[in-house]
Design a binder for this molecule. Structure first.
Ligand code: COA
Ligand code: AMP
Length: 629
């Protein structure tokens, strides 16, 4: 079997190709129809929690570690075998049922990186409830908007998260979110952590009491097309999109991706240093490793300062990690602290076969550094919340293909990637355009947006008819390597976190002194991109640039969260517009972008800010005031 054979067969005869892949999943009722009316495996039945736990216990893996929790921020290390994890999940599922939750009900999970987050996810899957995780770094209004859209009966949360040595109490955030939300959540469950106590009120229960004495329940078979989860992601507007993932296509695609892309099998140790609140965490901390019978590592900490830049190396050697996956920004942080990789010394990294990077394009300098210090294949691979698994990668599991620095490598089987211009004309090698995927999308990708199919069609399917619009721009080179160069819409990637500049614009525009504004992403050597606000003030607005900047920084932080990294707001005389009055954001972005600097710099560098200011003035944006630090 070769990559080319698999790829060609997946496109020429998708039904037969995915029928073969579906055989690797132990269905409750195997699907007879592979693809019908735009959905995969429509008449199949299965349970994702059963496949991730019971299947392995029944097949002799009960005593193997399923989950290793390593939390330098709390000084905790804990292991769960498959049998132990099954017991915990069975009991939590019993508690969910006891609380009256039934199939199809939603549960919002707003938790830090703790085992209970994984247990809650698998418990929901076990009873056919739909979970929706909200990343713990989001502020209350973000949580509230997701609660209003998903309409959960339960909210499962914790008393706090921990950022380096800072305890972040969740109760005030949760209280605010529930106050802001129109939807009424029936019950809130708090995991009470030693680092932060809370007093609970009516309709609030501790996790310990919630699961106490609950009878474990068996997994309920659900339809392959039933939703397993909703995961909200940023789009062009302030309202996040509820990406729906179904049980059947998801299980098949993730199993396939583990052998094809990651070259991983049962018994391997897989570590994805992301967060369960992001798609990478859903797919490659929780579901794919457990569906495959691997040991997965759940890491609560940061690559630096927890306690130092040697944390990644310590974990890889301590648990014998075979495959590691993280975002380039995490390694940029490590490299900044330890450019010579001196902290690798003393750690046996011989177990590590491959490093995978995603979340943003890996800059060639970081890529070369990693190849140099590790001496193993380093794979930049590209995907999105919407697809749930890699669209492009190097198929390490079936063939060792040479990789090119700066490229996301090759489209994976099932993904017919094309490059189109605005008139839907396919582009030649070397020419940049919209990166699209010819329909149908393979199993595992979103079939719809939660309760808004019209938005799904409008956002993804209507821009280039017959194709899924990824929102990324890029090109194929002469050798067939795919280069993803960045978003063509209002989405930016800040330290591997996907954010909407449209949403930040709504917040900035709401300030009484602001007449109009544009928020754009500017290249940053640490975070990849950071948002910068450009504002035209109302006539007679009586506020100095420094105060305005601080108020806007505080407003974005309160609304979105610190992860937005919104730290710069610049007053300008005018914003370039089309004749019809539309602000030319793409044009401003190009003028101001910091990407071309060599060596790369951060936006906090005063010289860079001066340079950007000059360019904006030269291009007629007419900068009035650049707020000092
Ligand atoms: N809860 C509360 N606050 C959070 C948070 C969380 N889960 N995550 C981040 N924040 C806060 C940070 O503490 C920081 O606050 P500050 O402004 O008060 O200092 C702010 O949000 C910005 O965070 P970030 O940009 O993430 O910087 P960092 O220094 O905390 O971490 C990295 C840097 C590179 C380690 C981190 O961004 C990272 O791990 N990124 C990868 C993300 C990822 O895995 N993406 C998925 C693709 S693989
Ligand atoms: P998310 O949905 O949060 O996973 O973010 C998806 C977006 O991140 C993509 O649309 C890309 O813009 C970007 N992205 C992810 N991985 C890569 C990569 N390897 N190269 C370039 N961009 C990437």
């Amino acid at each position: 079997m070769s990559y080319t054979e698999d790829f060609d067969r997946s496109l020429s005869d998708p039904e037969s190709f995915w029928r073969t892949q579906a055989a690797s999943v132990d269905w409750h009722t195997p699907p007879a129809a592979i693809f019908k009316d735009g959905r995969w495996f429509v008449d199949g039945e299965l349970n994702t929690s059963w496949l991730a736990l019971d299947f392995h216990v029944e097949n002799g893996r009960g005593d193997q570690d399923a989950l290793i929790y390593d939390s330098p921020v709390t000084g905790t290390k804990q292991r769960y075998t498959y049998r132990e994890l099954l017991e915990e999940v069975g009991r939590a599922a019993g508690a969910l049922q006891r609380s009256g939750l039934t199939q199809g009900d939603r549960v919002v999970i707003y938790m830090p990186m703790v085992p209970e987050a994984v247990i809650a996810m698998l418990a929901c899957a076990r009873v056919g409830a739909i979970h929706s995780l909200v990343f713990g770094g989001f502020a209350a209004p973000e949580l509230a908007s997701r609660i209003d859209d998903a309409e959960p009966r339960l909210l499962i949360t914790a008393s706090c998260g921990i950022e380096f040595d800072r305890v972040i109490p969740y109760k005030p955030l949760v209280d605010d979110a529930l106050e802001l939300a129109d939807h009424n959540v029936e019950h809130v469950i708090f995991l009470l952590r030693d680092q932060c106590e809370v007093s609970l009120s009516v309709n609030e229960t501790s996790w310990t009491d919630f699961v106490a004495d609950a009878d474990p329940v068996e997994a309920v078979p659900v339809a392959a097309t039933d939703p397993l989860y909703i995961l909200y992601t940023s789009g062009t507007t302030g309202k996040p999109k509820g990406v729906v993932r179904d049980h059947g296509g998801h299980a098949v695609a993730l199993r396939y991706s583990m052998s094809l892309v990651y070259g991983v099998g049962p018994g391997d140790v897989f570590w994805s240093a992301s967060d369960v609140g992001w798609v990478v965490g859903h797919s490659y901390i929780v579901y794919a490793p457990l569906l495959t019978g691997c040991t997965t590592v759940l890491f609560e900490g940061k690559p630096v300062r927890t306690p130092d830049a040697g944390t990644f190396w310590r974990i890889i050697s301590e648990y014998g990690v075979n495959v590691f996956f993280t975002a380039p920004t995490a390694f940029r942080a490590v490299r900044k602290e330890d450019p010579e990789a001196a902290m690798m010394k003393g750690h046996d990294l011989s177990s590590l076969r491959t490093l995978f990077l995603a979340g943003e394009r890996t800059d060639p300098s970081t890529y070369e550094w990693l190849v140099d210090i590790l001496g193993i294949p380093v794979v930049d691979h590209w995907w999105q919340t919407e697809t749930g698994w890699p669209i492009a990668a190097s198929p390490v599991g079936i063939e060792a293909l040479a990789m090119k620095s700066g490229s996301a490598n090759f489209p994976m089987p099932g993904f017919d990637v094309r490059i189109l211009d605005e008139n839907h004309i396919e582009q030649e090698a070397g020419s940049e355009g919209d990166v699209v995927i010819r329909l149908p999308l393979p199993p595992g990708c979103l079939p719809t947006v939660w309760r808004d199919h019209e938005r799904f069609e409008k956002s993804y399917l209507s821009i280039h008819p017959g194709y899924y619009h990824t929102g990324d721009g890029g090109y194929f080179d002469e050798d067939g390597y795919l280069f993803i160069m960045g978003r063509t819409d209002d989405v930016i990637n800040v330290a591997g976190h996907r954010l909407s500049t449209g949403e930040m614009e709504e917040i900035v525009a709401a300030h009484p002194a602001v007449a109009e504004c544009a928020v754009i992403g500017i290249g940053d050597s640490d975070k990849g991109q950071v948002p910068v606000g450009l504002m035209v003030l109302k006539d007679g607005a009586n506020i100095d640039a420094r105060s305005l900047q601080s108020e806007l920084v505080a407003a974005v932080r309160a609304h979105v969260g610190g992860i937005a990294n919104f730290k710069r707001a610049v007053v300008v005389q005018r914003l370039p517009k089309t004749r019809s009055g539309k602000i030319l954001r793409q044009v401003i972005r190009k003028i101001a972008d910091n990407q071309a600097y060599d060596p790369p710099a951060t936006i906090d560098d005063p010289a860079i800010l001066e340079e950007i200011k000059d360019r904006l003035v030269d291009e007629g944006v007419g900068l009035v005031a650049l707020s000092p630090e």
